[in-house]
Design a protein around this ligand. Structure first.
Ligand code: S3P
Length: 436
């Protein structure tokens, strides 16, 4: 699908971004470990979370939508009923995570504790993403795993079993890897000690602790003690800051904008985009901070701002990494140079996001240079129009959609349907906020 976006005369309004994808995956997968029923309010409607539900159903978990009565102000809910990990069925078919790295890596961790054979695969993008980082520690714990390319790419076949706890240093600050190993460790013999190179999102730790798991954190060391009885947990999912980030950048970079984003998750292990935009001079107010389901939540007000270039590197990267493409777009409208470094992990996402961002923003007239581990952007204060492509990457498609609002002429995005992965209503919301 092609989408055409015209320059916006202004951006105004209040919007609740879609349910958090990371928290939705966790609400379904972590609850499926415990036997019993849980209700998840505001579960993500995105294709990635549908992939998670499809895989869980093949393992014997039931997930049904509770549709609110007509006219009711209630949000749709999901009722999840699990027989518990020890009663999972051997899947009668391949578990297909499609485009979702979170689904594949979490499911691998969970399958480490089942005694049957499962095969997991994904779409062309996911089949090219690194899985050796999961396979190696799972093998050290005692799982048998085989896959393409010396067991580093999906499809992967796994037979779990009686795992043992390990002490392990994660080679990358990845929340997906950390979470997969936590899931494996919860049912292993003996404790597992994970050393993390830097902080990454901690939604798994928060939710599992609320379910009764024994997890302790000391700086970057995470200790998992198996044996606790896990209880199902009703979860209310807040709005996704990674989705909200598109509107934050749109409003900050547009000369005539005032946008309020309500009910946004602002977990500090995830929300560094707020700090970076503020450091760039973004006029951002975080209002009405509160806790919801163990996660910090707030409303965010963003107005037209005079942006300045910054350096984004080091430990900041893992806590804002999905926002790098849209921050690179913000940098095009900032005075001076923005340098993004230590972000080589972005090359292993749904697309090579460093290459894709540099290529597509350059196509629109941006001054962007690619580094092996980042980007250098000279702010020019404007972009021209043009036709660009999404690379089948939802975050690229949405970044280019925002570029269209800010550019001088029409921007056409091919492969625009991919927003369905995390934000099915993105194009509708874009129209709602825009005056042309
Ligand atoms: C996610 C972790 C991040 C992020 C992804 C979602 C998660 O990936 O990029 O979109 O929900 O845990 P990595 O763990 O590979 O860094």
């Amino acid at each position: 699908m092609k989408m055409s976006v015209l320059p916006a005369r202004g951006l105004a309004g209040t919007l609740a971004p879609p349910a958090d994808k990371s928290v939705s995956h966790r609400a379904a997968i972590l609850n499926s470990l415990a036997s019993g029923e849980a209700v998840i309010d505001n579960f993500s409607e995105g294709a990635d979370c549908r992939s998670t539900l499809r895989c869980l159903r093949l393992l014997g978990v039931s997930a049904e939508k509770i549709t609110p009565e007509e006219g009711s102000s209630e949000t749709p809910k999901l009722r999840l009923a699990s027989p518990g990990l020890e009663n999972f069925h051997e899947p009668v078919d391949i578990l297909n995570a499609e485009n979702s790295g979170t689904t594949m890596r979490f499911i691998m961790g969970l399958l480490g504790n089942t005694h049957f054979v499962s095969v997991v695969t994904g779409d062309r993008s996911l089949r090219s993403r690194p899985m050796g980082r999961i396979v190696q520690p799972l093998r050290l714990m005692g799982a048998q795993v085989m896959g393409r390319s010396s067991d580093s790419l999906a499809p992967l076949a796994i037979r779990g079993g009686d795992l043992k706890g390990i002490e392990y240093t994660l080679p990358v600050a990845s929340a997906q890897l950390k979470s997969a190993l936590v899931l494996a460790a919860l049912f292993a013999r003996g404790e597992t000690v994970l050393h993390q190179p830097a902080l990454s999102r901690d939604h798994t730790e928060r939710m599992l602790s609320a379910m009764g798991a024994s997890l302790t954190e000391d700086g970057l060391v995470l200790v998992i003690k198996p044996g606790s009885q896990l209880k199902p947990l009703d979860v209310t999912v807040s709005g996704d800051i990674s989705s909200a980030a598109f509107w934050m950048v749109a409003a900050a970079a547009h000369p005539n904008a005032k946008v309020k984003l309500t009910n946004v998750g602002v977990n500090p292990s995830r929300a560094a985009v707020l700090d970076v935009l503020k450091a760039m001079g973004g006029r951002i107010k975080v209002e009405n901070p509160r806790m919801e389901g163990g996660e910090p939540v707030a409303d965010i007000l963003v107005e037209s701002s005079e942006l300045t270039g910054v350096e984004i590197a080091g430990d900041l990267i893992p806590i804002l990494q999905d926002e790098v493409p849209v921050l690179a777009l913000a940098a095009c409208f900032a005075k001076g140079t923005t340098v993004i470094r230590d972000a080589q992990e972005l090359r292993t996402k749904e697309s090579d996001r460093l290459q894709a961002t540099a290529t597509e923003l350059s196509r629109l007239g941006a001054n962007v240079r690619e580094l092996p581990d980042g980007l250098v952007i000279e702010g020019t204060g404007s972009l021209k129009g043009g036709t660009c492509k999404s690379y089948g990457d939802h975050r690229l498609a949405m970044t280019l959609g925002i570029a269209g609002l800010l550019a001088e002429e029409e921007v056409v995005i091919t492969g625009a349907e991919v927003v369905d992965i995390s934000y099915p209503n993105f194009w509708e919301d874009l129209v709602t906020l825009t005056s042309t």
